[in-house]
Design a protein around this ligand. Sequence first.
Ligand SMILES: NC(=O)c1ccc[n+]([C@@H]2O[C@H](COP(=O)([O-])OP(=O)(O)OC[C@H]3O[C@@H](n4cnc5c(N)ncnc54)[C@H](OP(=O)(O)O)[C@@H]3O)[C@@H](O)[C@H]2O)c1
Length: 275
Amino acid sequence: MTQPHLVMIGCGRMGGALLTQWLATGAWKAPVSVVKPTESLPAELKGHHLVRWIPSLAELPADTPPSVVVLAVKPQTLPHSLPLCASVFGSDVPYFTIAAGKRLTFYQQHLGERLRLIRLMPNTPSLIGMGMTAMLASPHAADTDHELAEALMRAVGEVVWVPDEQLLDVATAVAGSGPAYVFYFMECLISAAIDAGLDEATARLMVVQTLHGSSELAYLSGEPLAVLRHDVTSPGGTTEAALSHLMRPSGQLRLMQDAIAAALQRAQDLAATAQ
Ligand SMILES: NC(=O)c1ccc[n+]([C@@H]2O[C@H](COP(=O)([O-])OP(=O)(O)OC[C@H]3O[C@@H](n4cnc5c(N)ncnc54)[C@H](OP(=O)(O)O)[C@@H]3O)[C@@H](O)[C@H]2O)c1
């Protein structure tokens, strides 16, 4: 029986953060080969007893068939990496990919119709173990592939499986891009606070801690969000005065709907031109 062995192709900001957490939490406990052109690795991985750096797939020892190949390069690098993967590993190993936007048909063109692929879409809070990952499996992925993907991604936060690529686009628009919307909301609230007289450092602390506390309350509480909102809103009070602006017909709900629709349209356009 072969020893468990993970091969990660590319190991930058997102791949490096995932691998660091997988090893630190014990979600992955076996040897890892990191294949990337330069030797630079995140500090936690440099010198790690389970991690070895290999500059190219051609130099991977042939006697170490991987348990899983994790694709963590930029999407534009995949047309270069996948033919190499096909010749070195074939299609009968599980491939996990974090590349945004590339469809199953794209991978099938390079790795064969029956490939075992799981598309993982983590978001940047995964960097601190508080991620949200949406996952989609190809039809020929094995149960063991599902189990391994889920165990690895649970080590960096919450996971949900989606049944098709359309819903993976929705998950990407909501949770993948979501941190950017939240950061922009925070920037807006800080800007309004400064306009109203607070200094920048105080405004930032107030806004960041308010978002942090509110998120934690929503996460821990079983209450619907509308109930939590009502708890803060006295009839005729100051919160209600502010919400009357946010909740007007052209307000925040409409803006979010338009934003998600724009992200979905862009995902479709990119998919149509990227195959
Ligand atoms: N950042 C996010 O929020 C996020 C979220 C979800 C998914 N993703 C996906 O994660 C993937 C990686 O993004 P990232 O932000 O981690 O990118 P990144 O920091 O630029 O990392 C890219 C990695 O690819 C390596 N690389 C470049 N050419 C290569 C080649 N020919 N063979 C093997 N490795 C090669 C680079 O190695 P060198 O350093 O040696 O050049 C680097 O380690 C992307 O596909 C992206 O869509 C990112």
